[in-house]
Write a protein that binds this ligand. Structure first.
Ligand SMILES: [Fe+2]
Length: 395
């Protein structure tokens, strides 16, 4: 298909990159709002090192700390208020996906007169597409969302229990400062969930995209194979800097637009997971580890050859004497086995979710992204009953 590709974010990648934060930030302003999550950046000393670097470059700062996992719109509102009161002229995210996503919407919210929730809701009728934002700098402390080098942000509304997203050109960070040394303190479970998130960013396009994308197919398979190989090592030994660096790079490549170019990516697995985590506050990557294999088994029925290709190329399974569907299912089994081997849950019961709200999740998932018939967009498009069936198979 015809496509446009655009990514203006400058990437500074490598161990020790954090020390360049001040020099980088001084190009964009004099006072930064630093957005952080639950406090690990302070415990590990990353925050102090960042502040030191800023100070030495003459950049002052204010703080918006305590952005929760599954970042809430109330935290965004708090950040907007702080940035205005402190006259900040840029936003620096130091943390995981939640700090980075919140920082993007804060940066746009400062320059928007209404409620920042207006800016969330990609594709919805009343969506206000953000067109301007303060300069954003991202300093990821985990490898997962790829938010450091893209224009997307996922935000939850705690009142309506809707988790939705925004994607807009003005939200591209000016600079992503990716220092894999900052990820070595990440615990095993979070590391594993991050690996699952990375892989799922790629599988969404790989399984839901258009036909006839041979280069993107190989690109996607390469990212998945490396995320599996190095993800395993990063989970086994958190201090393996080489593994941390490879996983960090995989997370960036998985969702900075390169793998998705010309693919027409749809993300039904993410939409279903978002509905779950909006209600239950489970970690995004853990939710994906449960939903993705269940969705794959459902979707393989309409596109078995694609899933057979996945089995053969990613897991090296032999097609000898098997039809596509058999090979497809073996590939999905191998994927589940990998997820379990790094400690991810793969059933809803493992995270304490039952079937009570299945219909609600299905409605919520369709609400955010749907096709002309009101079905959740993907290959195949999913009706409410389809989504319930997928969730039921994951109990
Ligand atoms: Fe994700």
């Amino acid at each position: 298909m015809n496509f446009e590709s655009y990514n203006p974010t400058k990437l500074i990648f490598g161990a020790g990159a954090l020390s360049r934060l001040g020099e980088v930030a001084s190009e964009y302003g004099k006072k930064a709002l630093i957005v952080t999550g639950g406090g690990s950046v302070k415990r590990t000393g990353v925050f102090d090192r960042a502040v030191e670097s800023l100070k030495s470059a003459g950049v002052a700062y204010a703080e918006c700390a305590g952005v929760e996992p599954n970042p809430r719109i109330s935290s965004v509102r708090r950040g907007v208020k702080a940035a205005r009161e402190e006259s900040c002229d840029m936003v620096i995210a130091i943390g995981g996906g939640s700090a980075m996503d919140a920082s993007k919407v804060i940066a746009a919210g400062v320059l928007y007169d209404g409620d920042p929730w207006d800016l969330i809701g990609h594709g919805q009728a009343n969506w206000v597409i953000p067109t301007q934002a303060l300069p954003i700098i991202t300093v990821p402390t985990m490898a997962a969302t790829g938010s450091e080098m893209n224009e997307g942000a996922v935000i939850s509304n705690e009142d309506s229990k809707i988790k939705s997203f925004v994607s807009a050109t003005c939200l591209f960070p000016k600079v992503a400062l990716a220092d894999p040394e900052l990820t070595v303190t990440l615990p095993k479970d979070q590391t594993a969930y991050g690996v699952c998130d990375i892989i799922t960013h790629v599988t969404e396009g790989y399984f839901n995209g258009v036909d006839g994308t041979p280069i993107q197919d190989r690109f996607a398979e390469g990212v998945i194979i490396n995320a599996i190989e190095w993800g395993r090592k990063a989970v086994a030994d958190g201090n393996d800097l080489e593994a941390r660096a490879q996983v960090q790079w995989a997370s960036i490549v998985a969702l900075n637009g390169w793998v998705q170019a010309g693919v027409h990516m749809l993300a039904p697995v993410h939409m279903i997971e978002h509905a779950l985590s909006a209600h239950h506050d489970i970690t995004h990557g853990a939710g994906l580890a449960i939903v993705n294999p269940a969705w794959m088994r459902f979707a393989a029925k309409v596109r078995p050859e694609r899933f057979a290709q996945f089995a053969q190329r990613v897991f090296g399974l032999s097609p000898e004497g098997k039809d596509d569907m058999t090979l497809a299912m073996e590939g999905i089994d191998a994927f589940v086995e990998f997820l379990r081997s790094i400690g991810c849950p793969t059933r809803l019961s493992e995270v304490g979710i039952g079937d009570e709200l299945f219909e609600q999740y299905a409605e919520d998932a369709k609400l955010v992204v749907h096709d002309g018939n009101g079905n959740l967009a993907g290959r195949p498009p999913l009706t409410k009953d389809d989504i319930v069936e997928i969730l039921r198979s994951a109990l």
